[in-house]
Ligand binder design. Structure first.
Ligand code: HEM
Length: 322
C-alpha cells in the first residue's frame, strides 16, 4: 500500500497536468473548500472511517454508488434523489435497488450542513466518500478535485445506460467508450469488483439454460459453477462475494478471472475475450499496476459531465432538490 500510495502522489500530479485544462473548464479544483469549508475533507473521512469500522461491507456500497451516479447524468448526486409523486427517480430502477450507503451520505451531509451550511454538494460528498472507502479497504489514496454541483434531474429511464451483468467484453468496451474510457481503463474500473458482493439474481442466468448448446456458462469452471449454484439455493437475494476477499482491495479479482471463477458473466468475459485478456493477466501479475490504473480511472470517472454554476445547485438535503 505504501508503494501504491507513493505512485499515487506522482500520478495525481501527472493527472492534474493532463486534466488541467479540463478542471479549469469545469471549475473544479483541489482546494475548492479551502476557504469556505476547510473541514469538509476531514468530516467525510471521519464519518466514512467510523461507519466502515462497524460495517466494512459499506465500502463497496459507496464505490458502486459513485459509479452509478457518474454514469447517469454525470457526477451530480442524481442517484441520491428520492422519487416523488410525479417522478420515479434513478434509485428506484432495478439496476439501483441494491445500492447501499444512502444513510451514511445523509449523516455526512447533516454534519456538513451544521458546520458549513449550503456549501458542500452531495455529489462531492459521494466522490470523497468513495475515495476514502477505497483507501480504507487497502486501495490507493488519490486526491480528487471538488466543486461538482448537484443536479435537479433523476429519472428512472436514464438508468438503462448502466452496464448489465450480461454484457460481453465488446459491449462493455463500447459502453465505457461512450463515456471516454479506453479498454484498459474499463478493465481497471471493473477491478472495483475486488470488493463487494453480487446477488444470485445477477448471475443465475449462467447456471441453467445458458444458451442453445450449453446448460451452464462454459466460460466458468465447473467447480465454481457448483459454488454459485449453492449460493443460489438460498434464493435470488443470496449474496456471493465478487472475489475471494470481499472487503480487501487487491488483485484477487483478476486472479479469479484467470481461474474462470468470475461471478458475473460480464467479469468473466474480460478474460474470455482476447482483446481484454492481456490486461486481466497484467493486473493479475502486478497489483501496483492495477492500483495505479484504478486510481487514475476513478479520478477520471469523478469528472464525468460535472455541473457547475447555475447548471446545478448545492442541495440542502441529498434526497430532495432545493
Ligand atoms: C463493467 C461493467 C460493470 C457491470 C456489468 C457491473 C455490474 C454489477 C452487478 C450486477 C453487481 C451486483 C449487484 C447485485 O447483485 O446486487 C455489481 C456490484 C458492484 N459493482 Fe459493478 N459493474 C460494473 C462496473 C463497476 C464499476 C466501474 C464499479 C466502480 C468503479 C463497480 C463497483 C461495484 C461494487 C463495489 C459492487 C459491490 C456492491 C456491494 O457489495 O454492495 N462496478 N456490479
Amino acid at each position: 500500500m505504501v508503494v501504491s500510495n507513493f505512485f499515487g502522489i506522482l500520478l495525481v500530479m501527472e493527472v492534474m497536468v493532463f486534466y488541467g485544462l479540463r478542471l479549469g473548464v469545469h471549475g473544479l479544483s483541489m482546494d475548492y473548500y479551502m476557504m469556505n469549508c476547510p473541514i469538509a475533507e476531514f468530516i467525510v473521512r471521519d464519518s466514512v472511517t467510523s461507519a466502515l469500522q462497524s460495517d466494512p461491507t459499506l465500502a463497496a456500497g459507496l464505490v458502486r454508488m459513485h459509479f452509478h451516479d457518474c454514469f447517469i447524468q454525470g457526477c451530480d448526486g442524481s442517484v441520491l434523489l428520492d422519487s416523488t409523486k410525479d417522478n420515479t427517480a434513478e434509485k428506484d430502477s432495478p439496476a439501483n435497488l441494491s445500492l447501499r450507503g444512502y444513510e451514511l451520505v445523509d449523516d455526512i451531509k447533516d454534519e456538513l450542513e451544521n458546520r458549513c451550511p449550503g456549501v458542500v454538494s452531495c455529489a462531492d460528498i459521494l466522490a470523497m466518500a468513495a475515495r476514502d472507502a477505497v483507501f480504507w479497504v487497502g486501495g490507493p489514496f488519490y486526491q480528487i478535485p471538488n466543486g461538482r454541483k448537484d443536479g435537479r434531474r433523476s429519472r428512472i429511464e436514464d438508468t438503462f445506460n448502466l452496464p448489465a451483468p450480461v454484457l460481453n467484453s465488446t459491449e462493455l468496451i463500447n459502453l465505457f467508450g461512450k463515456h471516454g474510457f479506453n479498454v484498459q481503463e474499463m478493465v481497471a474500473l471493473s477491478g472495483a469488483h475486488t470488493i463487494g458482493v453480487a446477488r444470485c439474481s445477477s448471475f443465475k442466468s449462467r447456471l441453467s439454460n445458458f444458451d442453445s448448446t450449453h446448460d451452464t456458462d462454459p466460460s466458468m469452471n465447473s467447480n465454481f459453477a457448483r459454488v454459485l449454484s449453492k449460493t443460489c439455493a438460498a434464493g435470488d437475494n443470496a449474496e456471493q462475494p465478487l472475489d475471494p476477499s470481499r472487503n480487501t482491495f487487491d488483485n484477487a479479482y483478476y486472479i479469479a478471472l484467470q481461474r474462470q471463477a468470475g461471478v458475473l458473466f460480464s467479469d468473466q468475459s474480460l478474460f474470455t475475450s482476447a482483446r481484454t485478456r492481456r490486461i486481466v493477466n497484467a493486473y493479475a501479475m502486478n497489483q501496483v499496476m492495477f492500483a495505479m490504473d484504478f486510481q487514475q480511472a476513478m479520478l477520471k470517472m469523478g469528472l464525468l459531465d460535472v455541473k457547475e454554476g447555475s447548471t446545478g445547485e448545492v442541495r440542502e438535503n441529498c434526497r430532495k432538490i432545493n
